[in-house]
Write a protein that binds this ligand. Structure first.
Ligand code: SF4
Ligand code: SF4
Length: 418
């Protein structure tokens, strides 16, 4: 999800309904938290209210619609045909809509792909790197893996001229084989991917087995960054690395978990209910309904308090951290770690992030500068490789690892030395 100075609505046309049963899904079962079981699909009147009010409350001239779930394609192609018609009806002259559909891809046949291509939808498609990893977590209701169907959907989209953004989770398993995850995604040639760490807190007061550890996440990021920065700039974009470069260049991250405050990405559920964010859809975070007006709800004191809690609840470690501008202490929903000096409320993946920022920091600076002056990918990669060699120069097996872990290189990143 992305944010800007204004706000971006994440619409849930079918709420948490889904045709898959992915084991790590955070949204399945949300109906129980919002205290009602609305109709399975957003009705026509609610859809029209969403589009009319969102456009009216947006500063324009670009209005970004993110269609999310559950599985948003379950609303049917006719729902989106209607949505596009309504967008055209309500858009002021000179304004545009940008539609982003985040899907598991299982229902994407030629009719869907032709529509998405014709209407210039951006498509985010969930694909967990390897068939083995994907089918372990992303199964249908019958317990069957879905890798082959999703892989076919990527090819079908590409045949229609749509290059999907590949959304890949980083579980504990995936973190153990970063190259095996990254390379096949890159080789699909869609040009863009996101890595989404899986962090879930179990009822036993410990991370679930599939949750990536801070160490595993840091290792995954460092390894993928090395490979990408040596070979793939200009061919493949990786959202987190681009976001880091953006912040290094003085910009503001568009990923909400990297932003200083929360609250600019509200959810509109299928009954028109408006909630604070995708990870806060429950009665405590119900701001109101579309009838109350989106702008007013997003600027309300309740949502402002939700947003500023992120900044106001930073641990002392985060407040003193040189990397604070990069991650702003991470998502408050995942702050169930403990800081170095024992303060609760630390972002669980902090150690992994710190390791990555230390390991890749000088190269992120080069990346940011290169992107700012539109340096050619080849020149940029040459500069990054030179920096990587300089970083490793004179580092022997028993020297401190340049990732800043405090370990000897031989027990840490030496295997990554170019
Ligand atoms: S709580 Fe987490 S997911 Fe929600 S807006 Fe804040 S950073 Fe984003
Ligand atoms: S790297 Fe860790 S300590 Fe530093 S700001 Fe981020 S979460 Fe806080």
């Amino acid at each position: 999800m992305t944010v800007d100075q204004s706000f971006v609505v994440m619409a849930k046309p079918v709420g948490s309904h889904c045709n898959l049963n992915c084991s790590y899904c955070y949204y399945l079962g949300t109906d129980a938290l919002i205290g009602s079981a609305p109709a399975p699909r957003m009705d026509d009147a609610t859809l029209e209210a969403l589009i009319r009010r969102y456009i009216a409350d947006s500063p324009g001239p670009m209005v970004q619609f993110t269609w999310h779930g559950g599985e948003p394609t379950l609303a049917g192609l006719d729902f989106y045909q209607k949505a596009v018609e309504l967008q055209k009806k309500y858009l002021p002259a000179g304004w545009e809509c940008w539609n982003n559909l985040q899907t598991n891809g299982v229902l994407l046949d030629d009719d869907w792909c032709a529509f998405l291509s014709r209407e210039h939808f951006d498509v985010g498609l969930s694909l967990d790197g390897t068939a083995a990893l994907h089918d372990r977590y992303r199964r249908d209701a019958a317990g069957q893996g879905t890798y082959e169907r999703v892989h076919a959907a990527v090819q079908r989209l590409k045949a229609h001229g749509v290059k999907p953004d590949l959304l890949c989770t980083v579980t504990a398993d995936a973190a153990r084989e970063p190259l095996a995850v990254y390379q096949p995604l890159r080789d699909l040639g869609t040009g863009w991917m996101q890595f989404i760490p899986i962090v879930r807190w179990g009822y036993n007061g410990a991370p679930t087995e599939d949750s990536v550890s801070p160490e595993g996440y840091g290792d995954f990021l460092c390894t993928v960054f090395d490979l990408w920065s040596r070979n793939d700039i200009g061919k493949t974009g990786i959202q987190f690395f681009n976001e880091c470069a953006l912040v290094k260049a003085g910009g503001q991250a568009s990923l909400c978990w990297m932003a200083p405050v929360c609250g600019r990405v509200p959810v509109v559920e299928r009954d028109g209910g408006v909630y604070s964010c995708d990870h806060a859809v429950d009665l405590d975070h119900r701001l109101g309904t579309l009838d109350d007006g989106l702008r007013g709800l997003i600027d309300s004191s309740v949502q402002a308090a939700f947003g500023s809690l992120k900044r106001d609840s930073l641990t002392g470690q985060c407040q003193a951290c040189p990397h604070l501008p990069m991650c702003n202490g991470g998502c408050p929903r995942d702050r169930f770690g403990v800081s170095d000096d024992g303060e609760p409320g630390q972002y669980y993946l902090c150690d992994g992030l710190r390791r990555f920022f230390r390991y890749a920091g000088s190269r992120l600076d080069i990346l940011a500068a290169g992107l700012r002056v539109r340096q050619s990918p080849d020149d940029l990669m040459a500069a990054l490789r030179a920096e990587e060699r300089a970083m490793w120069k004179n580092i022997g097996r028993n020297d401190p690892c340049p990732c800043g872990s405090g370990k000897k290189a031989k027990t840490c990143c030496l295997g990554r030395k170019p």
